[in-house]
Ligand binder design. Structure first.
Ligand code: SF4
Ligand code: SF4
Length: 349
């Protein structure tokens, strides 16, 4: 009897944790939300400026022949229009992340943008967070920036010495970055901004282990959150390019990552399930000029879906995009995290 009950519990556990069950739940949740007119809280990614660096594995660098999302800055006026659209359509934002393919700190109005997002009632969900991704090579008005209400600053580095840092972060200056970090630390401590997380994201490459230890020590000393991340190819476009130009790109990648391990962990997603991609359902990604990306993983201009103002926000996940179909059949090392997949296929070589 007891073993029978145990067996039944085990069966239920297997069912409710299976990808198909999760898929069904998402479908039901979507339909129910539509029926009840409840809108889901989205993560909103916005680039407020282009980037000035040329990181090696990034499509902004010199190793890909892509036409990127362009160069420019989002005006405060355009940002306010975006916020008003969310408020009018009754969509609350759970996470507002600034900086995807661009450097947030190059926008001189960054603190006004954050302040507006933080204080406009009906825009952020209760308990929602504002996070900024930056290299911190620039830091205009550090005090205004930290007092804007930003909850998290994610500073990405790849070395603690210039020789190591500049191998990947081309055009960056680690001494300037460290000095800017210390300015933020000082303001955080003197103003007692307790709700602020300062995160140091350290990109692990094959050559920078010693600098990773130095970074960890630096974080301990200055009360930063040390976040080591295993490096990988950065965009959907990059994976597609790699698939077609394996030989040419392998030589370059091998200088940074263990390509064999990376590709052995790569998976493809089932093309039938691509409409359930998590990034389509729960994220909205906007370029500095208001153009919509299919998701934060896509880089090239030719994949823009149109202006954010051309659509109701709740209809954005339903927009068909050619790149999603190509993405579904392209091996990627992080697809398990991004995609709710029925049957990820592990590839080799
Ligand atoms: S990885 Fe980030 S900082 Fe480097 S070029 Fe790309 S967007 Fe800029
Ligand atoms: S299927 Fe691929 S390209 Fe489409 S939204 Fe998902 S991750 Fe992005």
């Amino acid at each position: 009897m007891i073993s029978n009950i145990k067996h039944q519990i085990k069966n239920i556990a297997i069912k409710i944790t299976s990808p198909m069950f999760v898929l069904k739940l998402i479908k039901i949740k979507g339909k129910l939300s539509e029926f009840l007119k409840i809108n889901p809280p989205f993560t909103l990614y916005i680039d407020v400026s282009n980037c000035a660096l040329k990181c090696t594995l990034c499509p902004n660098g010199d190793n890909y022949p892509f036409e990127g999302p362009g160069r420019g800055k989002m005006s405060l006026t355009l940002f306010k229009r975006i916020v008003e659209k969310f408020v009018e359509e009754n969509i609350t934002v759970k996470l507002f992340a600034i900086g995807n393919w661009g450097e947030a700190m190059l926008n001189p109005e960054i603190h006004q943008i954050i302040h507006y997002a933080k204080t406009r009632s009906g825009f952020m969900r209760k308990g929602g967070k504002i996070s900024v991704n930056t290299t911190l090579n620039n830091l205009p008005n550090p005090s205004d920036f930290l007092k804007s209400g930003v909850n998290e600053v994610r500073i990405t580095i790849s070395g603690m010495t210039q020789a190591i840092y500049s191998k990947y972060h081309k055009g960056g200056d680690i001494e300037r970055v460290k000095s800017n970090i210390l300015k933020l630390v000082e303001i955080r401590d003197s103003e007692k901004i307790n709700y602020l997380n300062l995160k140091l994201v350290f990109l692990n490459f094959t050559y920078n282990k010693k600098d990773s230890e130095l970074a960890e020590e630096f974080c301990r000393k200055h009360k930063l959150i040390f976040t080591p991340v295993d490096s990988r190819l950065l965009c959907v476009d990059c994976f597609i390019y790699f698939k077609n130009e394996k030989e040419k790109m392998s030589k370059m990648y091998n200088q940074f990552v263990d390509l064999l391990t990376l590709t052995s962990k790569s998976t493809t997603i089932d093309a039938d399930n691509v409409e359930f991609c998590n990034l389509r359902w729960n994220y909205v990604t906007v370029n500095f000029d208001g153009q919509l990306f299919p998701c934060c993983g896509v880089f090239e201009k030719k994949h823009f879906l149109g202006s954010l103002f051309d659509f109701k926000i709740k209809d954005i996940p339903k927009i068909e995009s050619k790149i999603c179909k190509i993405c579904a059949t392209t091996p990627m090392n992080n697809s398990r995290d991004l995609i709710i997949s029925k049957n990820p296929k592990v590839i080799s070589g």
